[in-house]
Design a binder for this molecule. Structure first.
Ligand SMILES: [Zn+2]
Length: 489
């Protein structure tokens, strides 16, 4: 029998607001000292009252609008009651009955994945388990950091699709500047729910028993854990047994999921409206339009525009879209090209610039970022550099040398060329003279070539290039050398 997986995602995202969700403490994910960013409110002391962080609400709505959500006119916070040592109040302020954003979608590979809701809550503290100790420590710096939760409908059908959704969401969150969304830092945490049921390719006839997977802190883990879980559940179902509804954890080192606890239900949490916070009245057109106007061009729009405007292939477009800063730099470089050029020449410059940015510049950028202050190459200089290569003023070999010099000092390329005497030699008479000198010094190689040894030819080209310190135009060297050798007796 064939089984069809049905997958939904719950994704938690720490918002990059200045302060915490309900108090004035700094939202500082890089805090080094435990319990340094805390106050009586985020510690849940008796008598304290929370105040809603406006910016967190705004960022959540912005995300919702970017995901085609509806924003209900009224929204409210609720208490989710449970005890855990990292939860000082004994409850978490979350949203259950009236979330901020509902009924959206995100398109992945032409398929609409519905977003059930995006709501806002507060993060918990963090437990630290010192190695070998028989106690645990608690750090409340994270307690009360605004946490946005996105819940999809179970519209995903494979591990790859789930991974793509999470990756695209991360890009959108970064474009919107609502979160760093770094999975390794825990700024974005993915939970998967997955069930298997008999069914054909696209749709299961009826949903099976749902299992949740937690502790996924990389895209790789999302994909691997789903693949593993599909196989595990398939094996259980094929042997005629039943899948247990439970929460499982992903053990990355072993590549398996393990049972953590049986599934809890919403009613276990005794949700009720948070009495210390007012109901939010948001759905006014003015407020939403204001936020809508702040939404920048999103990754998918950028892909389409880059393909059309610059005629780049899909792979290069993806590099520029996923590396937002590089994409922005690329556009600045393009705007520096002479505007009156023919379309053909402009596109050929763009293609060349793309290659140098993606292969050579990204290679040099290993340790620094293009937005760092110590990145010294201006778009103007980069455009000039590309034009020099395109017009044959410098060879591709010399180009690498010039680029690393530009990277090191920020000097403009024509200055470097002049100072180091690097202009490409294209004058045939000059090249001919050098070739004759090289042949005179390497008579044996020249004779070997006459006997049909192609290696000897490559050797002689190498000698000419060395003689000119790589400045001779390689194409001219090649055909001139062949011509001279052939004519030799
Ligand atoms: Zn606080």
């Amino acid at each position: 029998m064939e089984y069809q997986p049905t997958i939904g995602l719950e994704i938690h995202v720490e918002l990059n607001t200045k302060s915490k969700m309900f108090c004035g403490c700094r939202n500082n994910p890089d805090a080094k000292t435990p319990n340094s960013e805390i106050c009586p409110i985020c510690l849940g002391h008796p008598g304290t009252l929370p105040v809603i962080n406006k910016e967190a609400v705004r960022k959540t709505i912005k995300t919702g609008l970017a995901l085609n959500c509806q924003i209900p006119e009224y929204s409210q916070f609720d208490r989710k009651n449970y005890f855990y040592p990292d939860l000082p109040k004994g409850y978490q302020i979350s949203q259950f009955y009236k979330p901020l954003c509902i009924k959206g979608y995100l398109e992945i590979g032409g398929k609409k994945i519905r977003v059930r809701e995006v709501h806002l809550e507060e993060d918990t503290g963090r437990l630290v388990h010192p190695e070998g100790a028989d106690y645990s420590l608690v750090d409340f710096n994270r307690a009360g950091i605004p946490l946005m939760e996105l819940v999809t409908e179970p519209d995903l059908n494979s591990a790859k699709e789930a991974r793509k959704f999470a990756e695209e969401l991360q890009l959108i969150l970064r474009y919107l500047n609502v979160s760093g969304a770094d999975m390794e830092k825990g700024e974005m945490r993915v939970e998967v729910n997955i069930s298997l049921a008999p069914g054909s390719k696209r749709k299961a006839q009826k949903l099976g028993t749902k299992v949740e997977i937690k502790n996924l802190n990389s895209f790789r883990a999302v994909e691997k854990s789903i693949d593993y879980e599909i196989k595990r559940q398939e094996k259980i179902l094929k042997s005629g047994k039943k899948v247990i509804q439970e929460t499982r954890g992903w053990l990355d080192i072993r590549g398996v999921t393990v049972s953590q606890r049986e599934k809890e239900y919403a009613h276990d949490y005794r949700y009720f409206p948070e009495p210390d916070l007012p109901i939010l009245h948001l759905g006014t057109p003015e407020y939403l339009n204001e936020i809508r106007a702040e939404i920048p061009e999103l990754p998918q729009q950028k892909r389409e525009r880059f393909k059309k405007e610059y005629e780049l292939d899909e792979k290069n477009v993806e590099v520029f879209v996923s590396n937002k800063n590089l994409g922005e730099y690329f556009e600045k470089v393009v705007s520096e090209f002479e505007p009156r050029l023919s379309k053909e020449k402009l596109l050929s410059l763009i293609k060349l610039a793309t290659n140098y940015l993606i292969t050579d510049l990204l290679g040099l950028l290993k340790k620094t970022s293009i937005t760092d202050e110590d990145f010294l190459i201006t778009p103007e200089n980069f455009a000039e550099f590309i034009t020099l290569i395109h017009d044959g003023k410098i060879s591709s070999k010399i180009a690498k040398q010039i680029l690393s010099e530009m990277f090191r000092t920020g000097a403009d390329p024509s200055h470097i060329i002049e100072e180091k005497d690097l202009i490409q030699i294209t004058n045939e008479t000059d090249i001919k003279k050098i070739i004759e000198e090289v042949i005179a010094k390497n008579k044996k190689a020249a004779e070997d070539f006459k006997k049909g040894k192609e290696n000897a030819f490559q050797f002689l080209i190498g000698q000419v290039m060395a003689q000119t310190k790589g400045k001779a135009n390689p194409q001219i060297v090649s055909w001139l050398l062949r011509e001279i050798l052939t004519k030799m007796k």
